[in-house]
Design a protein around this ligand. Structure first.
Ligand SMILES: *[C@@H]1O[C@H](CO)[C@@H](O)[C@H](O)[C@H]1NC(C)=O
Ligand SMILES: *[C@@H]1O[C@H](CO)[C@@H](O)[C@H](O)[C@H]1NC(C)=O
Ligand SMILES: *[C@@H]1O[C@H](CO)[C@@H](O)[C@H](O)[C@H]1NC(C)=O
Ligand SMILES: *[C@@H]1O[C@H](CO)[C@@H](O)[C@H](O)[C@H]1NC(C)=O
Ligand SMILES: *[C@@H]1O[C@H](CO)[C@@H](O)[C@H](O)[C@H]1NC(C)=O
Ligand SMILES: *[C@@H]1O[C@H](CO)[C@@H](O)[C@H](O)[C@H]1NC(C)=O
Ligand SMILES: *[C@@H]1O[C@H](CO)[C@@H](O)[C@H](O)[C@H]1NC(C)=O
Ligand SMILES: *[C@@H]1O[C@H](CO)[C@@H](O)[C@H](O)[C@H]1NC(C)=O
Ligand SMILES: *[C@@H]1O[C@H](CO)[C@@H](O)[C@H](O)[C@H]1NC(C)=O
Ligand SMILES: *[C@@H]1O[C@H](CO)[C@@H](O)[C@H](O)[C@H]1NC(C)=O
Ligand SMILES: *[C@@H]1O[C@H](CO)[C@@H](O)[C@H](O)[C@H]1NC(C)=O
Length: 368
């Protein structure tokens, strides 16, 4: 059973509140390894996870370099030789299109994209092992785009839908759009993300099916954005999500809306590094892939119906968590499969008894 010791530090070693955004460092220390989670709002919101094989690795920030955003090396993990794997996700753009004909085919009629590096990001709000970041722009009206990062000291499952299963090697990010003024009555949204996967780009999305929707009603799939070197190997990372978003903050089943993703595309590493201080500071020649997640299907309510949309994903190192059958489902399966077996056995036994009874008179000799 894996338990990590978490410590959170906002803007580590910075002598003043850095202009332009915060940097949160969560150190998660195990017996023989450390995970460093870095969550940054200097530019496009970015999460970086670095896994090291010692329990005393450290993050070092040179704030002069970090804030100048023009060189690599402003943030490093020491000793460098202890680094096993690193993965980063950049939330690059929010796209909006006018779905006038209600086809939910995001191929035309795009409004100018919201470049998330240009949003006015508020200071990070920390509570427990969570950090909330909200950003605004005048075009949003009163609304905002927010992201909540959760880091975990052990295995578990989130309380709110889609109730993703997590391990201590993962973190959860919930993205939500709240009260944003749509630019058309029939607007739908897409979120563009970019991923840096250590030496290997995350170039493929696998979809796993399962038969149990107990934790995420009506959803029988999970998508995993991975690098080709994957499987059970240690040196790998992933982005995982269930293909569902919600139109209310306390959703009921009818507030669920399916989401889809586009195939990962190679991205311009220099542009991504320019958009995110953390990518610039930690990586030098990153191989970056990107994809879009689109929310809603034809015939479903538009964003304007509730002016709320939330979507949740996991980012982690190692193998992605696998949902196993819950005890309730196992019990139902046991009853479902077991009842016919019991009936067969009982039926067989009754037949035997019946035969023996009818056969028995002949075997007894009358006592005279
Ligand atoms: C950590 O390393 C020590 C010594 O190498 C070993 O005995 C122990 O089993 C390791 N712990 C875990 C959780 O791997
Ligand atoms: C903060 O400063 C201390 C002492 O100089 C150093 O050991 C530590 O690594 C620094 N931490 C970061 C995040 O730069
Ligand atoms: C930080 O970077 C600046 C600019 O490259 C350099 O002058 C300074 O010595 C560095 N500081 C540390 C503590 O390494
Ligand atoms: C980076 O920017 C700083 C000022 O913001 C400047 O002093 C420095 O020369 C620049 N370095 C490079 C490598 O461009
Ligand atoms: C950590 O990994 C490096 C290579 O990545 C290896 O050389 C080193 O021996 C490992 N350290 C431990 C304590 O396992
Ligand atoms: C919507 O449908 C009309 C009529 O069929 C067509 O002229 C128009 O191009 C369609 N708009 C979009 C955005 O597909
Ligand atoms: C902003 O919020 C206030 C109160 O919550 C509301 O009265 C107002 O109409 C909103 N403005 C816009 C542009 O949505
Ligand atoms: C988490 O990572 C550690 C170190 O690589 C590994 O030993 C452990 O099995 C992983 N746990 C899970 C639940 O993936
Ligand atoms: C959104 O819906 C409201 C009524 O629910 C309507 O008044 C408003 O004009 C719509 N917004 C847009 C951008 O069409
Ligand atoms: C990273 O990208 C470079 C070219 O941009 C390519 O040569 C290299 O093979 C890529 N690395 C991996 C691990 O795919
Ligand atoms: C996301 O969608 C927009 C609009 O179609 C497109 O311009 C962009 O290239 C897409 N991004 C990725 C990473 O596929």
């Amino acid at each position: 059973y894996r338990m990590l010791k978490l410590t959170l530090q906002l803007n580590p070693n910075s002598t003043s509140v850095p202009p332009g955004g915060d940097l949160l460092h969560v150190r998660a220390v195990g017996d023989n390894d450390t995970l460093h989670f870095l969550w940054c709002s200097q530019g496009a919101p970015t999460l970086l996870i670095v896994h090291t094989n010692t329990s005393n690795s450290l993050v070092q920030v040179n704030w002069t370099q970090f804030l100048s955003r023009n060189v690599s090396g402003g943030l490093s993990v020491e000793p460098q030789s202890s680094i096993q794997y690193s993965i980063a996700v950049v939330f690059s753009r929010l796209l909006e299109y006018d779905d006038a004909n209600d086809t939910a085919m995001p191929d035309s009629d795009f409004f100018p994209p919201y470049e998330l590096q240009n949003l006015n990001w508020n200071r990070l709000e920390l509570f427990d092992a969570k950090a909330r970041l909200c950003g605004e722009t005048p075009e949003f009206g009163n609304g905002s785009l927010c992201l909540t990062l959760s880091v975990f000291d052990s295995d578990g499952r989130a309380e709110s839908w889609p109730r993703l299963l997590h391990s201590a090697n993962s973190s959860q990010l919930e993205v939500w759009l709240h009260g944003i003024m749509p630019r058309s009555a029939n607007s739908r949204f897409l979120l563009e993300m970019q991923a840096v996967g250590g030496d290997f780009p995350l170039s493929r999305v696998d979809v796993r099916q399962f038969i149990d929707d107990e934790f995420t009603p009506s959803i029988f799939k999970v998508s995993q954005w991975v690098s080709p070197v994957k499987g059970g190997s240690d040196v790998s990372g992933y982005v995982q999500w269930k293909p569902v978003a919600y139109r209310q903050s306390n959703p009921a089943l009818e507030d669920a809306t399916p989401c889809r993703y586009s195939d990962p595309q190679t991205q311009d590493g220099n542009a991504t590094a320019a958009s995110s201080a953390l990518i610039q500071a930690f990586f030098s020649q990153p191989n970056i892939t990107g994809l879009n997640v689109s929310f809603g299907l034809a015939g479903e309510p538009f964003y304007n119906s509730t002016r709320f949309l939330s979507w949740t994903m996991l980012v982690g190192v190692g193998a992605p968590p696998v949902d196993t059958f819950s005890p309730i489902v196992l019990a139902i399966m046991a009853v479902g499969l077991g009842t016919p077996m019991i009936l067969l056995l009982v039926g067989g036994a009754l037949v035997c008894l019946h035969k023996r009874r009818h056969g028995s008179p002949a075997t007894y000799q009358p006592i005279n």
